[in-house]
Design a binder for this molecule. Structure first.
Ligand SMILES: Nc1ncnc2c1ncn2[C@@H]1O[C@H](COP(=O)(O)OP(=O)(O)O)[C@@H](O)[C@H]1O
Ligand SMILES: [Mg+2]
Length: 579
């Protein structure tokens, strides 16, 4: 285990030690039983009373059972607490991983790490590590007691068991490799399943069901092979250890019987030794199995550790300092940024959004418009340059304070599973229903939602599938407005809207200008025309800024962009007439 996992396990150390101690005490009661039984046999053979030793023996049985149960409970509860801690830490870590790193991973694999791997680790640690430690201690204690009765026999028994344990231990280490590949396959399979189920409509439309199932079957078969490899090793270990154990038992019987015959050992002591040899079987078996199992932790432990080692965002102080009245809401200076090293998307972008203004950002698809928004909201850190919000550098403001002042409506499906009310209140969990109706009015959804049988309690479905594209977009806009930010970022807000709704939204944006500033990525004429200022993004820089009429006159890129949306072009391939 590495530092991150050790830190999570540390609070459970003392409860685990307590559980081990209780188990050992229970074993002590068990260890005393053969001695009492031996006394009982010898007393009976001398013609004495059975009652006393029998009573003690019964007491030892009960004590062993009760203390053993207590130890078991303590151990299981310790395991559950560890599980709880790892799960919550992992969840909290996963939602905070910095985006450049997050982008390189698969969500389904993350989910598998937070579910299957965590449970495997918990089982491994409690059942295996603790039980193995306990078993080893019990085995040693049993051997010591046996040595007192007959050292020669003890050495023989322990010798047989030790040699076989070494052989078994060597086989066990190979289980570790099988475990890593098993858990990796399960993770990949979850990721695949997540990808396919997340795009189930696309899968059906493209009739890709069989291909997807075949790909997943391949992965499932990899998992099967790793599982069978593990099973083969474990299966070989089982009989080997049984042979060793039974051999030791027979050894005691044969050698012991001849020593009783020669008078070196009492009959009672032979009974005790047989019982002890029998008691050794369980802990040594558990210890050997346990050592095999311990190697199985390797896979899940590594996969959890990998997540815990990924860098996370630091939210910073959520309270923003007072905005400076004279500074622009947003001021981007010379920002350079790319997703991959040496491949810049933005190459010195500068852009200013004045207070209470509507600025439109236009540019070809892939020019870096959405990337600019992601940098403003600090999902990614620029390579160089500064981004100021209300006059404060967002690096100094911190993530929480920056994001609290910005409302961002993303380009696609910005709706979560839950009711409409949950979705609208996502940024402001304590918003009242009248507030919700107000913002719904602004985005022209008021009447539509009033008419729904469940109103605000309507479930939107996974990723909002029960809403149309345009409705989803307007719900997301309403959500952004509700938080009363200083700046609203809208990424192609009219993309899914019909002309009537587009006009309504353009009016809403104009109205919102009295409350806050808006930076809008736009292709539609209506939005571009109503902007106070338009910035044209090209080759990673803002090539020109101006009003609609200025830019039409001076900027060819702008003319090209709006020209495309103003006059519908004829289809590239004229429709062929059927014969
Ligand atoms: N998360 C990402 N990882 C890697 N590359 C990205 C990512 N997001 C966008 N890009 C790339 O960055 C460039 C700009 O993308 P984007 O800002 O989304 O363009 P647009 O102007 O159409 O909004 C594109 O070439 C795109 O492929
Ligand atoms: Mg975009």
């Amino acid at each position: 285990m590495t530092a991150s996992l050790r830190r999570l396990a540390r609070p459970q150390l003392w409860p685990a030690v307590g559980a081990v101690l209780l188990t050992l005490v229970a074993t002590g009661f068990g260890l005393a039983q053969p001695l009492v039984a031996a006394g009982l046999v010898d007393t009976v053979s001398r013609g004495g009373s059975v009652a006393g030793p029998a009573f003690v023996l019964a007491g030892l049985f009960v004590a062993q059972a009760c203390v053993g149960a207590w130890g078991y409970f303590l151990l299981e509860r310790t395991g559950e607490r560890f599980l709880l801690r790892v799960r919550t830490t992992l969840c909290s870590h996963l939602v905070r991983i910095v985006l450049p790193v997050f982008d390189r991973h698969r969500i389904g694999d993350f989910i598998s790490r937070a579910s299957a791997d965590v449970v495997a680790l918990r089982d491994g640690l409690t059942n295996t590590v603790v039980q193995t430690v306990t078993s080893v201690i019990i085995a040693v204690a049993t051997a010591v007691v046996m040595a007192f009765i007959d050292p020669v026999l003890m050495v023989m028994v322990v010798g047989v068991l030790a040699v076989s344990s070494v052989v078994l231990g060597a086989m066990s280490s190979r289980i570790g490799d099988a475990s890593v590949s098993l858990h990796t396959t399960v993770g990949t399979l979850s990721a695949e399943l997540e990808r396919v189920l997340g795009a189930i409509r696309t899968v059906r439309v493209n009739r890709a069901e069989d291909r997807e199932v075949a790909a997943m079957t391949g992965l499932a078969q990899d998992g099967y092979r790793a599982g069978v490899r593990t099973a083969r090793l474990v299966a070989a270990i089982g009989p080997l250890s049984e042979i060793a154990m039974n051999g030791a038992f027979l050894l005691v019987l044969f050698v012991g019987a001849s020593r009783v015959a020669s008078g070196d050992l009492s009959l009672g002591s032979l009974v005790a030794l047989l019982l002890y040899a029998n008691q050794l079987v369980m802990p040594i078996g558990t210890a050997v199995d346990g050592i095999a199992e311990i190697y199985k932790i390797k896979g899940p432990a590594r996969r959890i550790r990998e997540v815990l080692d990924l860098p996370v965002e630091q939210p910073g102080d959520p309270q923003p300092p007072a905005p400076s009245q004279s500074a622009p809401v947003l001021e981007i200076r010379d920002v350079r940024f790319g997703y991959e090293p040496h491949t810049p998307v933005l190459r010195g972008l500068s852009l200013t959004v004045p207070q209470r203004s509507l600025v439109a950002l236009v540019g070809a698809s892939g020019a870096g418009k959405s990337t600019t928004f992601a940098l403003v909201d600090r999902l990614y850190e620029p390579w160089s340059g500064t981004i100021r919000l209300n006059g404060h550098d967002t690096t100094d403001l911190g993530l929480a304070a920056t994001r609290a002042r910005i409302g961002w409506v993303e380009q696609d499906t910005p709706v979560l599973h839950g009711t409409l009310r949950d979705n609208l209140r996502y940024a402001v969990p304590d918003a009242s229903d009248p507030d919700l109706w107000d913002v719904l009015d602004l985005v022209n959804l008021h009447a539509k939602i009033r008419a729904l049988p469940s109103g605000l309690d309507t479930e939107v479905g996974e990723r909002g599938v029960r809403l149309s594209g345009g409705e989803r977009q307007r719900v997301a806009i309403a959500r952004a407005i509700l938080a009363k930010p200083d700046l609203i970022l809208l990424d192609e807000p009219t993309a899914h809207l019909d002309p009537a709704n587009e006009t309504a939204l353009t009016r809403t944006m104009a109205d919102l200008r009295h409350e806050c500033s808006l930076l809008v990525i736009a292709h539609r004429m209506s939005t571009i025309r109503s902007a106070d200022r338009i910035a044209v993004l090209r080759d990673g820089v803002v090539q020109a800024t101006g009003t609609y009429t200025d830019l039409l006159r001076t900027n060819s890129e702008f003319t090209r962009i709006v020209g495309g949306s103003a006059t519908p072009r004829p289809p590239a391939h004229p429709a062929t007439t059927p014969p």
